[in-house]
Design a protein around this ligand. Structure first.
Ligand SMILES: [Zn+2]
Ligand SMILES: [Zn+2]
Length: 323
């Protein structure tokens, strides 16, 4: 898809490069009468900043013309350049509890990263992997601008982005307080990482997570399924129209994954890392190791809360199918 392509009435896709396996994040430029707004901001690398400026320039827009930017969630590829946009004059808007979490995660305090290191070690991650994971986490954190003022909005609010009225929909799962934006008039969904066309969103259980992120995610997919969505603008991959078809595939995918996890915990006690390595045989780096283990834990927690597996305390903690 060409840079700056119109993907919905009054909306252009701004493809921003990422130095990750996921090569691009889509920000969306909303054009109003003499006003512009963005949804998501990109990871702050020199290449991404250049791409943001030049793509906007193609539409005759400068960074300082962007009046508001909505950040769907805390991840560095979404929030990374919020500070740059704010410095250029934009108001940054986020779902309130997600903004609070962003301040804890990216404030230079390592408390959350320390807590996750201990958590992953307890679930069987080898120490060498844990060290690499920390280093990768800090490296990507360095690509997130210091956070300034954030306008906090709530689930169900209607916000104005460049003259367009958009509903804020809390869609937990990928992160605890991820939010999509929905235009009821034309059925456009700014989906963030909640509904992606080619990959499945990472669903993670961290020590600070809500109790059952996968349960949250499946419920939040069903909630979107109930809306009259006609166009999905995802943060990764190509915009598409058939929201319900994709949601059905995602629900089915997790149904299969849950069955596979239950199978791997059958007849023996195993730590989550061992289950994870059977589930994800190929992991190319520490980021992937972290996402894979946290995703396995989210599936185990879902099964645990429904009485299908049980957790056994210890070092490492273990899991077994419940009889
Ligand atoms: Zn994300
Ligand atoms: Zn993302």
């Amino acid at each position: 898809m060409t840079v700056g392509t119109a993907v919905a009435p009054g909306v252009r896709l701004v493809a921003l490069p990422l130095p990750l396996a996921l090569k691009v994040i889509n920000a969306y430029l909303i054009e109003g009468p003499g006003e512009w707004a963005l949804v998501d901001t990109g990871l702050h690398t020199p290449e991404a900043e250049q791409a943001l400026r030049s793509t906007l320039a193609e539409s005759g827009v400068e960074l300082s013309n962007v009046s508001r930017a909505f950040v769907t969630h805390v991840h560095p590829d979404h929030i990374g350049m919020a500070g740059t946009l704010e410095a250029a004059g934009a108001e940054i808007v986020m779902h309130g509890p997600e903004a609070d979490h962003a301040r804890k995660l990216w404030a230079g305090d390592t408390a959350l990263i320390d807590a996750s290191s201990a958590w992953f070690l307890r679930h069987g991650m080898p120490e060498g992997v844990e060290e690499e994971m920390r280093a990768a986490w800090f490296a990507i954190g360095a690509r997130v601008d210091p956070l300034g003022r954030i306008e906090q909005v709530e689930d169900g609010d209607r916000i104005d982005l460049a003259g367009r009225r958009l509903g804020v929909i809390w869609t937990p799962g990928h992160t605890d307080f991820h939010a999509c934006l929905f235009d009821e008039e034309d059925g456009t969904l700014f989906a963030g990482d909640h509904v992606l066309p080619h990959i499945t969103s990472n669903i993670s259980l961290y020590p600070w997570s809500r109790d059952d992120p996968l349960g949250d995610f499946l419920d939040a997919l069903r909630a979107i399924r109930a809306l009259p969505v006609r166009r999905v603008l995802p943060a990764h991959g190509t915009p598409f129209d058939d929201a319900n078809g994709r949601i059905d595939e995602l629900l089915e995918h997790h149904g299969h994954r849950l069955e596979a996890v239950r199978e791997l915990a059958r007849g023996r006690e195993r730590d989550a890392y061992a289950i994870c390595r059977d589930l994800f045989p190929v992991l190319r780096n520490a980021h992937e190791e972290r996402f894979a283990l946290a995703e396995t834990l989210a599936h185990l927690r879902y099964l645990e809360r429904r009485g299908k597996v049980r957790a056994i305390d210890g070092a490492p903690a273990r899991w077994a199918e419940a009889r």
